[in-house]
Design a protein around this ligand. Sequence first.
Ligand SMILES: [Zn+2]
Length: 577
Amino acid sequence: MNLRTLFCTLLVGASAMLSAQERVCHTMGNLDRLLNEHEQLHEQMEQIEAFTRTFETTPQLRNGNVVTIPVVVNVIYKTGAQNISDAQIQSQIDVLNADFRRTNSDADNTWSQAADTEIEFCLASVDPDGNATNGIRRKSTNKPSWQANDAMKGNQGLTPWDPSSYLNIWVCNLSGGLLGYAQFPGGPASTDGVVCDYAYFGTIGTATFPFDEGRTCTHEVGHYLNLRHIWGDGGCSVDDFVGDTPLSDGPNYGCAIGHVSCGSVDMVQNYMDYTDDGCMNLYTDGQAIRMHALFAPGGFRYSLTQSAACGDTPTPTCTDGIQNGDETGVDCGGSCAPCATPTCDDGIQNGDETGVDCGGADCPACPATCDDGIQNGNETGVDCGGPDCSPCSTGTCDVPAGTNAVNIKRKRATLTWDAVSSAVSYTVQFRVAGSAAWTSEATTAETSITASSLNNNVTYEWRVRSNCNGDASAFSPICSFTAGDSNSSSCAGERVVLAEVRAYPNPADASVRIEVLLGGDTPVSLQVADAFGRLVMEQELVDGAFVDLDVSDLDAGIYLVRATNGLTEDVIRLVVE
Ligand SMILES: [Zn+2]
């Protein structure tokens, strides 16, 4: 086989690795991102690890008490299919309970260390306000899919219920073929929990073979409870911090029963491998002990053991400060004292008022403003149209077209683009061509902006995006021009459709720098696979960024490095010596 044939064969292997039929969990990439964003996270995780080591080496009186974790499932959907049913959610809770208690019907005796982890899950019955809930929240959005950047946990999606009392699970449409990802203990409270793609959640409805037995969520909850991937996310010298799981040199896919690595048979049936749902069936005793370290007094998730979120809903009283029971207001109405009669001067919006003390049948009309959230006055839409408010938007938040640089002088130039009907402003980024980062950014309501203080004969790059109400477009293709050259404006846009990834040194033996150049503004997913298509590293980057990978633990050989922004990709060969 000549080299060209070998290279093509390897490429075929790589594309197979990226098909939707193999498990892709983004928890380690998410950890890398959080470690970059939160200075103190590393130390926090070290403390949890030290606490865990102490717990693991201190004789425990296992009293058989089962820890029950209250769960809230946050469903974020655009389509009806994504809005999965209550029954499908319950099927996932049932799987979690069976898998963690080892009452799963596919449990077998292959591994004697297989364990009942003595952890259970319940859909919350009490919400953070003390009201009854079924433990399921739903939100409709216009966003067709979500990246693994926690946006679904913010205001665009659903912010979590207090993670000290609830395990938050987000179910949404994840992009990039991801099945799910989790946040390890120690991370920020505002993003604590796990995310699962709606197509790989539960056992009915949208659940899709070969990930239709709920094991994606079992795996991600394992991460949430401090379990690492069973191969330790490295070669044979990297462990998963659990003593009774065999060493392994990488993930197993499909169901490679009997596969040997690092001198022993891999535990492909463990929930923390990358095998198909039907192949998995156990957690080990060591993994159970590692998880329980979190629940000991002083442990990071001890507060969950004190949560009353799966208890009885408190009886409503007329003095509990919340509107519950049959009350028609806070602690009034229904079986409580009547609520105060609304008046047009009580300083609150009540009765049928459409604003504070105005609108409705009894109060004077509210003055129309362009931000009161209702169509009133001479508006032709909600807070838009008419002579006083800005025009109503008519279209989608498109990327500005018609980008061009005009009046190019030695010191200044004018950057122009076509108006987007729904845009309220535009954000322009600017830099000297070839710079790693955008050095200047400005927002304008106009369709042009002046670049000044230029240096003659220097080439500059720029791009523009639309800002609409509550939304923003992607950036336009990158344009360039050279100061002093009136004919130099060009907006080829090739970088949006061409991906480029570089590695150096190559061959490498210890550390290799991977540099990614992709157009557009989307994060770039970087994956390194060995010659058999097995994923050995993954990482998320932004455009123009680079990362130094430690390859000293990798076996010598040929690896494939693939970068994609979801639209385009580039694959290069990396030789490790
Ligand atoms: Zn994982």
